[in-house]
Design a protein. Structure first.
Length: 168
């Protein structure tokens, strides 16, 4: 019996390690683009991965790991943001946007914050999910538990706002 339990535990660990290898970098970027502080993003990802491991160890089956992880990270980031508003700069402080290959992730975060600062949180989050995380409207709707049409309209209104700001 003990040998069976150990093989089950080893199987859980192997599965967990595969998931971490597959998603860890994407999850960090996902979290960082929301909170803007490297250490906080790392802590959020670590907490969510630990929660995933505990869920797997308890024998709970997760059908779609990517969606589970993205939703968990998104919720953790929202909780953090509610406790502390992320730093932002005025639109005049953006300056010239350099070529993407020259960008530092911290600078990129601040520029995005400037552009998204005037948007309602839901619209800003939809833009982040679509543009930075490369999710489809359908995936965003699943993560946010909203109709796809709502996600599309939030995105459209956000893009209109951003275009208006950039043209000023």
């Amino acid at each position: 019996m003990i040998q069976f339990m150990n093989s089950k535990k080893n199987s859980d660990i192997d599965s967990f390690e595969e998931i971490v290898d597959l998603y860890q970098d994407r999850l960090f970027r996902f979290a960082f683009m929301r909170v803007g502080v490297r250490e906080v993003a790392e802590d959020i990802v670590q907490d969510v991965l630990l929660r995933l491991y505990r869920t797997m160890s308890a024998g709970n089956d997760i059908q779609r790991y990517e969606q589970f992880l993205l939703r968990s990270i998104s919720n953790a980031c929202i909780d953090h943001i509610r406790r502390k508003k992320p730093p932002s700069l005025r639109l005049e402080e953006i300056g010239e946007i350099p070529d993407i290959s020259d960008r530092n992730i911290d600078e990129e975060f601040h520029r995005i914050c400037i552009l998204l600062d005037g948007l309602p949180f839901d619209q800003a989050e939809t833009v982040r999910l679509k543009c930075y995380d490369g999710l489809t409207f359908s995936q965003i709707a699943d993560i946010q538990k909203l109709p796809e049409a709502t996600v599309k309209s939030r995105y459209r209104y956000a893009i209109q706002y951003i275009r208006k700001k950039l043209n000023q």
